[in-house]
Design a protein around this ligand. Structure first.
Ligand code: GAR
Length: 194
């Protein structure tokens, strides 16, 4: 699931043709039209769907429509690869425990939509990225993997985010493959693979 430029999606697509990887992207679902991520999916021949909040009366109706749309593709795992909306009860009841997300900070520090900016403004010297299981909170789910990235003097949000994203892409690709090959178990705050 995507909302933006799709570099994490592109990294997953670069990995999924290898049968040893264990996972294949069956579909890409976005919450908005006209984003680069949808072009990347289309260029790779992957089915796409867009379910936009503004096409629905309220968030609950949107949430139910996203759940319906995703279920058509019968995914084993749902990967939020730069997806910037929160799910509601319907989606989480249907797919809870098999949704993972990637976030550009070392959670629980700097959750939310501006993880890179918030780390910079705080003056953190080390930040990074987190792959986690999605729960009902904002970036609060059990953590699967993290990697650190140093904040360099003179960094701005763009330069730091680009360096984080290099590390983030390989972490996400690695852990999606590990889940596909070994399975994902969640026990309270602890997420285990294989
Ligand atoms: C990634 O850095 C991802 O962690 C972030 O959006 C970027 C998407 O990049 N997601 C969040 O901040 C979620 N809270 P991409 O579209 O190039 O894959």
């Amino acid at each position: 699931m995507v909302s933006g430029t799709g570099s994490n999606l592109a990294a997953l697509l670069a990995a999924h043709d290898d049968p040893g990887y264990g996972a294949r992207v069956v579909a890409v679902v976005a919450d908005r039209r006209g984003i680069r991520a949808l072009d990347i999916a289309a260029e790779a021949g992957i089915p796409t769907a867009v379910v936009s909040v503004k096409d629905f009366d309220d968030r609950a109706a949107w949430d139910a429509a996203v759940a319906e749309t995703v279920s058509v593709f019968q995914p084993d795992l749902i990967v939020l690869a730069g997806f910037m909306k929160l799910f509601g009860a319907t989606f989480l009841e249907r797919f809870g425990g098999r949704i993972i997300n990637t976030h550009p900070a070392l959670l629980p520090a700097f959750p939310g939509a501006h993880g890179v900016r918030d780390a910079l403004e705080y003056g953190a010297k080390v930040t990074g990225c987190t792959v986690m299981v999605v729960d009902e909170g904002i970036d609060t789910g059990p953590i699967l993997a993290q990697a650190a990235v140093a904040v360099e003097p003179g960094d701005d949000e763009t330069s730091l985010h680009e360096r984080i994203k290099v590390v983030e892409r390989s972490l996400l690709v690695e852990w999606v493959g590990r889940i596909a090959r070994g399975g994902l178990t969640v026990d309270g705050r602890h997420a285990e693979v294989g």
